[in-house]
Design a protein around this ligand. Structure first.
Ligand code: LRH
Ligand code: MN
Length: 426
């Protein structure tokens, strides 16, 4: 299924005047603070988020999975669905593949399909948390950290294979997330597990092409429920430093214990030049992987406020890999992803409207109240007209969700694929 861009511009025509007066209001308001709205519109139009290849079908939990109909049954169809997202938003211009869930059968054909949709290949994800049917070793008791050397070597080789697939596709980074850990006290020797993990990561890092980056993703628990080897940002940061200058920490928003100050972690990692990228999602309790900005939108804004400050003041930190990592248990996966993209762009735009200079002065004067007022003035600004202008500028739909429903995309996908197709992934 391909979205016809003429249909998009026809739909936009009908909605044009609806946001321009609101945009003028914002332009006047923020020009007084020396903030040029058109520069922000361009930054928002340029902001691209990678879509997880494992989140284009219905997600599920151990308690069940409710299929959605018209799910992509192949990597080509997954790229087609991301193509629909990108046509409607012009901010989903990349895919993050998970191996072996998305091994490309015909690399040239896959690259052609991606190119046709204007999609690039962001970070490749290895998978040493599931045993494949033909597996020679088991990851039941760990992979890169395993006490069993054969399992470690098997996991190291898998990561090298993932890099080779990524090289063919034009990806430039590898994300390593380990489920490795223990369910009971005494089950593992913490130090041995960490030493094994560091050695294994180094041997993978040494085989990475010179222009590649490694992202080390941390998580406090699940699927292990007593300890996880790479449990927090500090452990990931330590391992990234041990590997080398092209290894970084990846922050998955759902991988924090309740009430963790994630924006402070982000600021710290950027100051040290070790923040590589994000897995955006939201959560109320655990790694819930729900729609970005659906539970804690203010926290997301505060994270982007630190990112905007860092992008201005931390040249030591590389460009980020912006990725979504979510699971859709009750929503249409594509509608859920459109909402997540919207929430990310809203938080980024609000952060761009923070009067950083005034905030610095207020912090210098310890004017605590004024600091909060400056932040919340930006957060309480309805920036959606800026997103609409950015989308119209880049040929996307002014209202992607409305357009998605208007074009009856899901109905079309079900007509093409039926109701029984199942997408690989979580
Ligand atoms: C682990 C994780 C990781 C992926 C997986 C699909 O919870 O966030 O990023 O490999 O989800
Ligand atoms: Mn993740």
């Amino acid at each position: 299924m391909k979205i016809n861009t003429d249909h998009i511009s026809a739909l936009n025509k009908k909605q044009e005047d609806s946001y321009s007066s609101e945009l003028d209001f914002l332009r006047n308001k923020f020009s007084k603070k020396g903030i040029t709205l058109d520069e922000i519109v361009q930054k928002v139009a340029d902001f691209q988020v990678a879509i997880p290849s494992w989140a284009l079908g219905a997600g599920g939990t151990r308690f069940g999975r409710f299929s959605y109909g018209g799910e992509p049954a192949s990597l080509e169809q997954k790229l087609d669905d991301i193509g629909v997202l990108h046509a409607l938003t012009k901010s989903a211009g990349a895919v993050s593949l998970h191996i072996p869930w998305d091994i490309p059968g015909d690399v040239k054909a896959i690259k052609d399909v991606a190119k046709d949709h204007g999609i690039t290949f962001d970070a490749m994800n290895s998978n040493t948390f599931q045993d494949q049917p033909d597996a020679k070793e088991t990851y039941k008791f760990g992979s890169l950290s395993s006490a069993d050397e054969a399992a470690r070597e098997y996991a190291i080789q898998h990561n090298k294979d993932v890099i080779n697939i990524g090289k063919e596709l034009g990806s430039k980074s590898l994300t390593v997330w380990l489920a490795d850990g223990a369910n009971f006290p005494g089950q593992n020797n913490f130090q041995t597990a960490l030493i094994n993990t560091e050695k294994s990561l180094k041997s993978i890092y040494e085989t990475m092409p010179e222009d590649w980056k490694m992202f080390i993703e941390y998580k406090p628990y699940e699927p292990n429920f007593y300890s996880t080897v790479i449990q927090d940002w500090g452990t990931s940061f330590m391992l990234a430093n041990a590997c080398g200058e092209r290894a970084y920490t990846l922050v998955d928003l759902g991988h924090h214990l309740p009430n963790t100050n994630i924006e402070q972690i982000v600021a710290t990692l950027m100051l040290k030049g070790k923040l590589g990228g994000f897995h955006f999602n939201d959560s109320k309790y655990g790694d819930d992987d729900v729609t970005v900005g659906s539970i804690k939108p203010y926290a997301l804004f505060l994270i982007f406020n630190e990112l905007v400050y860092g992008m201005e003041n931390n040249p030591q930190n590389p460009d980020f890999s912006w990725m979504i990592d979510a699971s859709h248990n009750t929503k249409d996966p594509l509608e859920d992803l459109i909402q997540s993209l919207e929430a990310i762009l809203i938080a980024y735009t609000q952060a761009l409207l923070v009067d950083q200079k005034a905030l610095r002065n207020a912090q210098q004067e310890n004017d605590v109240v004024k600091c909060q007022e400056i932040l919340q003035d930006a957060y309480r600004s309805d920036v959606r007209p800026i997103l609409k202008a950015a989308r119209e500028k880049s040929g996307a739909a002014v209202n992607p969700l409305q357009a998605y429903r208007n074009f009856e995309v899901r109905k079309q996908l079900i007509k093409e694929r039926g109701t029984k197709t199942l997408a690989t992934g979580l």
